[in-house]
Design a protein around this ligand. Structure first.
Ligand code: NAD
Length: 296
């Protein structure tokens, strides 16, 4: 009989599926719920248990992990008679790994406390590949004791796991992460168009660039997407649009200026408005190509 905490996992999408499977591989009993039947079937095939509702998934759980798109979905699964807070047992630990507004995390922690449920915000960086390989960076907000308790579970999902401060701090750091990633992708995309129009061997150029100061995890992870114009997600433009809204709003609140971030936020919004919201964020290349006169 396993002595590991029993886990409920809500949200088995691009990230949640491989992450929950890594917990199963590490020996955890995982009961999951998500909206797509095929994702529930995938969980069962991996050795987990598919639940018919959030209430059923969380009822016996020691730890509840959530990985859904944005603040409205976190609120939908947390609150209300069928939600996590009404149905979790007192003393359970809720680890929300979705990327949402810091304020939503603060409000959730407060509401959960009234129900005897402890909360950590624990958004991640590293993309689908980082989720599959269990090498995510996990930025955590909440209490030290809860962070310590969640430690072994988080170590089955990621490599760099840091408590950043009180509730909401993990989300603030994740917002900064999304700013850096978007600006980095945009710079890479502009370099790709410049290099191709200059007639340079693109693969050779990206290889040597990645070995110098211009190198980055973004370039390593997205180089093949750029080369093959393969924009299957990955991380959808729709989600990065949401994150650019979060960082822009949070920065305004604290009086931080993000001039380059603001431009890239507009480019992401424009790509989405042109129907590319379902593509990987490396599709920022398409925006630069269009601005450069290419019909893509
Ligand atoms: P996704 O759209 O692939 O998956 C979201 C899942 O949430 C879906 O399976 C859906 O069924 C589930 N869901 C939504 N509403 C629900 C509800 N009411 N009840 C139960 N399940 C519900 O999204 P994703 O790419 O896995 O991203 C999840 C979160 O992780 C987002 O906040 C995203 O910003 C963040 N993130 C994504 C990546 C990435 O590369 N995809 C990387 C880091 C962080």
């Amino acid at each position: 009989m396993s002595t590991l905490p029993k886990v409920a996992w809500i949200g088995l999408g691009i990230m949640g599926s491989p992450m929950s499977e890594n917990l199963i591989k590490a020996g955890y009993q995982v009961t999951g719920f998500t909206l797509e039947q095929e994702k529930l079937d995938r969980l069962s095939a991996a050795g987990g248990t598919a639940a018919g509702s959030i209430a059923e998934a969380v009822r016996d759980a020691d730890v509840i992990v959530t990985m859904v798109p944005a603040s409205p979905q976190v609120e939908a699964i947390a609150y209300g008679p069928d939600g996590i807070l009404e149905n979790a047992r007192s003393g359970a630990l809720l680890v929300d790994m979705s990327s949402i507004t810091p304020q939503t995390s603060v409000d959730l922690a407060k509401a959960a406390k009234d129900k005897g449920v402890r909360v950590l915000d624990a958004p991640v960086s590293g993309g689908e590949a980082g989720a599959v390989e269990a090498v995510l960076s996990i930025m955590v907000g909440g209490e030290q004791a809860d962070f310590d308790e969640a430690g072994p579970l988080l170590e089955a999902l990621g490599k760099t796991i840091v408590l950043c401060g009180p509730h909401g701090s993990g989300q603030t750091v994740k917002a900064a992460n999304q700013l850096i990633v978007a600006v980095n992708i945009q710079a890479c995309a502009e370099a790709v168009v410049f290099l191709e129009k200059s007639g340079v061997d693109l693969r050779a150029a990206l290889d040597v660039l990645n070995g110098g100061l211009a190198g980055s995890t973004v370039l390593t992870r997205k180089k093949d997407n750029f080369l093959a114009r393969d924009f299957k997600p990955g991380f959808r433009i729709d989600l990065h649009h949401k994150d650019m809204g979060i960082v822009t709003d949070a920065a305004r609140t604290v009086g931080a200026a993000l001039p380059v971030g603001a431009v890239v936020a507009q480019l992401v919004a424009s790509l989405r408005a042109q129907g590319d919201g379902g593509l990987d964020h490396s599709a920022l290349l398409r925006a630069v190509e269009r601005l450069s006169g290419d019909r893509v």
